[in-house]
Structure formats: structure tokens, C-alpha cells
Design a protein around this ligand. Structure first.
Ligand SMILES: C[S@@+](CC[C@H](N)C(=O)[O-])C[C@H]1O[C@@H](n2cnc3c(N)ncnc32)[C@H](O)[C@@H]1O
Length: 510
């Protein structure tokens, strides 16, 4: 039996027993899904359910707004063929990892090689006066070093900075990375970004020097594993910055708020707190490497995925998956008419997640330039001219274009939600339609709730933040009656409704 086959069988059995209730109550992220943050990441359960119920093995599933690649992985795990696009380079890298992770052996060899090349020199940049002990964290109040921490097996020693610690930090002060592309920021107060923001505002000179060493060491590793290692770097990078909050006043001792400081984490946006940590770069990177190695420990059923070099290979069944980087509206043109059985996608919605602006730090580490102009998004950055109006136009255009590729028996499932009534205008022609084939070839058939995973730290957790999406289901108006069987399955999902989502409660009218 080829490696991974048994796991694949187990996986399929477990998944095929998945009750419809799991769709509405997803578990948290584990394994490969927990390895890297992504903005607006969705749980796999509803996506898996839709793929399983609405397609057969071998049929083509398409996600034109891939994000972290959940639909890609869920489709391949169920022996469907898959085509996916995203304009965000880091999303494309992540999706590749999810559908074709490297073998654990290859990863372990690469880890050894990187350790051998740079671990010692990086750790030396955190050496205390005895030259033996290495600092794990520095606590900074603005530019003043307040405290040096050595955390070992959860035991923390907090030390007053010595002249040696100050001199060591100062020796890296002017360092500017030569490996990281200078990031490009726009004027967006919502994520605390501005055009003048530089890498040195986000990272100390020492962190930049150590990042350069890691990037060089990764470039010397075998090609097959470099992508995964780069993602370990991006996954760890937030924790390497000055954006790591010092959490104060948490918990109570004898009724008093504790004065103990804890290490926070970088969550979303480019906030640079006055009181912050500089965390040992090697430790951050190593933690991510271990997390990935652990997710791949037992082997992955998708390690031998056949990746296509162009879409036609997937459509003709020669390869199983194609992932393309760019504007989905252009990339869609390469897909033949009526060749996709399920389009399942989670397009950008609302103005809270400007994906490319938020991912710019990661993309600068990867050394890739995204196409900001073609992003479909609403952004507060005025210079980008990404308004609600242009967003609605782009999404309507996309919905019309995508219809062409859907098989007559196929479906379109769009995960969507917004508190802004206006944004629902995207779907108005389909919600309101007395259906007429020459007007709108898609028919709205209903929706079911798609709750966010509890463990998602990058969802909007503010008061009043949305807690779920609607999975809006469409089929082709010229469909044969065979779709009725699928629809009876969907209608068993708790919360299924054939009406448009109730906007009066979800939208506050703006
Ligand atoms: C809501 S996110 C998808 C998140 C995904 N469901 C997940 O679980 O990670 C929307 C995605 O659309 C992508 N996007 C925005 N404009 C695009 C365009 N014109 N073409 C392709 N992708 C685009 C963004 O980069 C982002 O990754």
C-alpha cells in the first residue's frame, strides 16, 4: 500500500460520517490548518461537506479566492480535481503547502542543515555576559531596554539589563536587512499603516540581521522544501517584531491586579506598542519548524499530489491540482465552459480585512510583489480607490464571469456576510429575480450558516463582530432536475433556508 493510503482511508471514513451538525459547529484548527495564520480563515467542515455532497470523485472543484487553501485541501482529500487562484502571494504559497506538503524526512534534514549553518551565530546575538546563557526575550519601553528574560522550561528569570546587554543591542542598531524587500504601505489608520512605515519601524536591527541569516540558510536547502521553510519564517515573523505586546494587569492576586508582565502576540495590523518584547528570533523560527514537523509527523496523504503546470492538465484529468497567482477574473478565462462541478469560494467581504495590506509584511519577507491594483477589496486607504461601489461592481462582474465555467449540473457556493446592507447588493439580482435564463443564468437556491471556528484569533473578535458567514448556494437555471437530490441533502443542515439571509438582523443599514 503506498505511503499515506491508510490515513487517507481513515480520513475519508471519518469525514463521510460527519454529521450535518458539524457544519454549523466547527471544531478549532489543528494540524496543518493551525500552522499559519491567515486573515478571515474559514473552518474546513462546511467546505468539506459541500464538496462531498455536491460533487463526485474526479470532478473539478474551483476556488477563485483561495486564501489559506482550505477548499484545495478538502477537495483533494476527497479525490476531486482542484483549480484555485489568489492574488495574494502568501496565500498561494500556503495553499501549495496544504495540497503538497514536503515529506517529514526532507523537512527534518533541512532543519538540521539550517541549525548547523546559523543557529549558533543567531543565538550569540542574544548572549548574556557569561557568553553561555542566551536571552529569550528583551522587554523594551520605547527605545529603553527595561529587562532581559531567560525562560527555560517555563521557568522565567528576569534580569536587569547590564552594560553588556545594552552594548550588544546597540551593536545591531543600524542594521537594515538586505534580503527583505522594503515593504509598501498605504495610509490606513484602521491597521495603523502609513506610507512612511519601514521594516526598521517593525523590527530591531538584531532581528533583521538574524532574519537575513535565516533567509540565506533557507536558500541553501533543497528546492522541494524551501517553500515550506519560507512559510515557517512568515508564520514566525510576527513574533519577531516590535509588535509583540507586553500584557500587563492580567489576573488577580489577593484581589489586586497582578503586576506580572506576560508575553503577548502579534495579532492583526501594524500596532507598535510602547511597551513591547523583542523575542529571540531563533526560538520563534524553531517553534514554527517544530509545529510543521509535528503536523507532518505521521506523513501526509497529499505529499504526492500531482501539481499541474497549466489548468488544461486538470480539466483533462492528467494532473489533480492547479494553483494560480493573480486576479481570478483574468485567470478564469483559461477555464473551458461548463467544466467545473463546484465553485466554492469565500471572497473578500466588509472593509475590515485589506488582505494585501495586512499580508505585506509576509510578502516582503518572501520577496514577492503583489498586484495591489487588481485586488477585490474595500480599503480605508484612500490612495487605493477601493470603495464599496467598485467592490460591488467587481464582485458582480466576477459572479457573471464564473457562471460560464459551471457545469449545467454544477453549483456555486459563496461564503459571505456583511453588516452593511449595501454590500448585499452584489446578490440582489439573484435574490430578487423572477428567474429568466437570458437575464441571469444562475438561480439562488438557499443558504446555510457557516460559523467561524472558536480558535480563530484573526477573526474580528470585537463586540458586535460577525460570528458566522452564510453559505449562499446557487445552481444553473438551465439545470436538469437531478440537482433536486443534492438540494434535499443541503436542506437537512440546521439553519438551512431557501430565502435570502435575513438582512434586517444582520445589516444595520449602512
Ligand atoms: C476571505 S479571503 C479567503 C479566506 C479563505 N477562505 C481561508 O479560509 O483562508 C479572500 C481572498 O481573496 C483574495 N483576493 C482578493 N482579490 C482577489 C482577486 N482579484 N483575485 C483573486 N483573489 C483575490 C484575497 O487575497 C484573500 O486571500
Amino acid at each position: 500500500m503506498p505511503p499515506g493510503t491508510q490515513q487517507c482511508f481513515d480520513f475519508l471514513r471519518e469525514r463521510s460520517e460527519m454529521a450535518t451538525t458539524a457544519v454549523a459547529a466547527p471544531s478549532g484548527y489543528t494540524g496543518l490548518y493551525a500552522f499559519h495564520k491567515y486573515w478571515g480563515k474559514k473552518p474546513h467542515e462546511p467546505i468539506a461537506f459541500a464538496i462531498e455532497q455536491l460533487t463526485q470523485e474526479g470532478q473539478v472543484v474551483l476556488d477563485p479566492f483561495l486564501g489559506s487553501g482550505t477548499a484545495a485541501r478538502e477537495a483533494l482529500l476527497r479525490s476531486r480535481a482542484f483549480v484555485g487562484f489568489d492574488i495574494n502571494p502568501v496565500a498561494v504559497e500556503l495553499s501549495h503547502l496544504l495540497i503538497k506538503p514536503p515529506s517529514n524526512n526532507l523537512l527534518r534534514e533541512a532543519i538540521k542543515q539550517i541549525e548547523h549553518c546559523v543557529k549558533e551565530i543567531i543565538l550569540d546575538s542574544y548572549a548574556l555576559e557569561d557568553n553561555e546563557t542566551k536571552a529569550t526575550h528583551y522587554l523594551w519601553d520605547g527605545d529603553t531596554l527595561k529587562s532581559v528574560w531567560v525562560v527555560n522550561h517555563r521557568k522565567r528569570t528576569e534580569l536587569q539589563p547590564t552594560a553588556h546587554d545594552l552594548a550588544l543591542s546597540a551593536s545591531f542598531a543600524g542594521y537594515k536587512s538586505t534580503r527583505v524587500r522594503p515593504p509598501r504601505f498605504f495610509t490606513n489608520a484602521r491597521i495603523n499603516a502609513a506610507p512612511g512605515l519601514t521594516l526598521s519601524d517593525l523590527m530591531t536591527g538584531r532581528a533583521q540581521r538574524n532574519l537575513d541569516l535565516l533567509i540565506d540558510a533557507i536558500r541553501r536547502c533543497p528546492d522541494e522544501v524551501q517553500h515550506a521553510l519560507n512559510l515557517c519564517l512568515t508564520a514566525a515573523s510576527g513574533q519577531m517584531t516590535k509588535m509583540v505586546f507586553a500584557v500587563t494587569g492580567r489576573g488577580k492576586t489577593n484581589g489586586e491586579k497582578s503586576s506580572k508582565i506576560e508575553v503577548g502576540s502579534w495579532v492583526i495590523g501594524y500596532w507598535r506598542p510602547q511597551l513591547h518584547f523583542e523575542v529571540n528570533v531563533w526560538n520563534c523560527f524553531e517553534r514554527r519548524l517544530k509545529k510543521l514537523a509535528s503536523a507532518l509527523k505521521a506523513g501526509d496523504p497529499l505529499s504526492s499530489t500531482l501539481l499541474a503546470s497549466d489548468i488544461s492538465e486538470v480539466i483533462t484529468g492528467k494532473s489533480t491540482a492547479y494553483i494560480g497567482r493573480g486576479d481570478c477574473r483574468s485567470l478564469l478565462k483559461s477555464i473551458p465552459d461548463s467544466s467545473v462541478h463546484l465553485v466554492i469560494t469565500d471572497p473578500p467581504h466588509s472593509d475590515r480585512v485589506p488582505y494585501l495590506e495586512l499580508s505585506e509584511f509576509w510578502n516582503s519577507l518572501l520577496g514577492v510583489e503583489p498586484d495591489f491594483s487588481a485586488e477585490i477589496v474595500i480599503s480605508n486607504a484612500r490612495e487605493r480607490s477601493k470603495s464599496v461601489k467598485s467592490y460591488i461592481e467587481a464582485m458582480r462582474g466576477f459572479l457573471r464571469d464564473v457562471t460560464r465555467v459551471i457545469h449545467p449540473e454544477g453549483f456555486l457556493v459563496v461564503l459571505f456576510n456583511s453588516r452593511k446592507k449595501k454590500e448585499w447588493d452584489i446578490f440582489r439580482p439573484w435574490f430578487d429575480a423572477p428567474h429568466s435564463e437570458d437575464k441571469e443564468p444562475l438561480r439562488y437556491v438557499g443558504h446555510f450558516p457557516c460559523t467561524y471556528s472558536a480558535g480563530s484569533v484573526v477573526q474580528d473578535n470585537r463586540k458586535g463582530g460577525l460570528k458566522s458567514d452564510h453559505a449562499l448556494v446557487f445552481d444553473r437555471i438551465d439545470k436538469p432536475s437531478s440537482n433536486e437530490r443534492h438540494l434535499s441533502i443541503l436542506s437537512r443542515i440546521p439553519g438551512w433556508s431557501s430565502q435570502p439571509p435575513s438582512l434586517s438582523t444582520e445589516a444595520d443599514g449602512k
